[in-house]
Design a protein around this ligand. Structure first.
Ligand SMILES: Nc1nc2c(ncn2[C@@H]2O[C@H](COP(=O)(O)OP(=O)(O)O)[C@@H](O)[C@H]2O)c(=O)[nH]1
Ligand SMILES: [Mg+2]
Length: 202
């Protein structure tokens, strides 16, 4: 009789372990990443950083006569298996205070930094990025930083800027990409990375 009881107890224990493993397995199974039809991307950065120039090269427009952006500059671009609606906002000090009105519903941030900026402008740029990425409306939204003006002597390298800006990224998925004037390669690669990060962010 005691042997039968022992066997039942052992059987029950084995069942419990099996059930526990099953629950663990189910919890680990994430739903597969679904690619949305469209992604909303906000393109930000200080005035003159090169936002309009990079976006113009992306869609094959001339880049030698870009006007300063007043209001919005909107570009729609099919990329990979999706469509990006990219909205550039003006980067002057007077309009940066209104950036947060456009944060709601954005899936990704493309932040543009002029690598040839002086120390003060780099500080302003870092402060602007910090303000953007600490906004609760953009919590967890991935960010690609596009580094421009790399053809200007005495510029900071992409790696130096990465070090400088690292603290502002608040644990989200992010990546730095270089942009070279006259080529759409850097902005295209940057946006492909952003699409990948947005898909992985759900
Ligand atoms: N040398 C150089 N000039 C650039 C580069 N990117 C943009 N520019 C110039 O920087 C100026 C400001 O560019 P713009 O795209 O209007 O900046 P935005 O205010 O950020 O939209 C323009 O005269 C561009 O031709 C770059 O990578 N190298
Ligand atoms: Mg512009």
């Amino acid at each position: 009789m005691p042997q039968v009881l022992e066997s039942i107890q052992l059987g029950l224990a084995a069942c419990c372990i099996g059930l526990g493993k099953c629950c663990q397995w189910i919890q680990c199974q994430k739903p597969p990443a679904v690619v949305k039809e469209q992604y909303e991307v906000l393109c930000l950065g200080l005035k003159g950083a090169g936002k309009s120039t990079a976006l113009a090269s992306l869609v094959g427009e001339p880049t030698d006569d870009i006007e300063p952006t007043t209001g919005f500059n909107i570009k729609t671009l099919p990329l990979l298996d999706t469509t990006l609606n990219i909205k550039e906002l003006g980067g002057g000090q007077d309009v940066r205070v209104f950036w947060n009105k456009y944060f709601h519903g954005q899936h990704g941030i493309l932040f543009v930094v002029d690598a040839s900026s002086n120390e003060q402008d780099l500080r302003f740029s870092k402060e602007a990025l910090e303000t953007v990425l600490s906004d609760v409306a953009l919590k967890g939204v991935p960010c690609v930083v596009l580094v421009t003006h790399l053809d200007i002597p005495e510029h900071k390298t992409t790696e130096q800027l990465e070090q400088l800006f690292r603290g502002t990224l608040h644990g989200r998925k992010w990546m730095f990409h270089p942009f070279h004037l006259g080529s759409d390669e850097g902005i295209r690669q940057g946006l492909e990375t952003l699409v990948d990060l947005m898909i992985r962010s759900g």
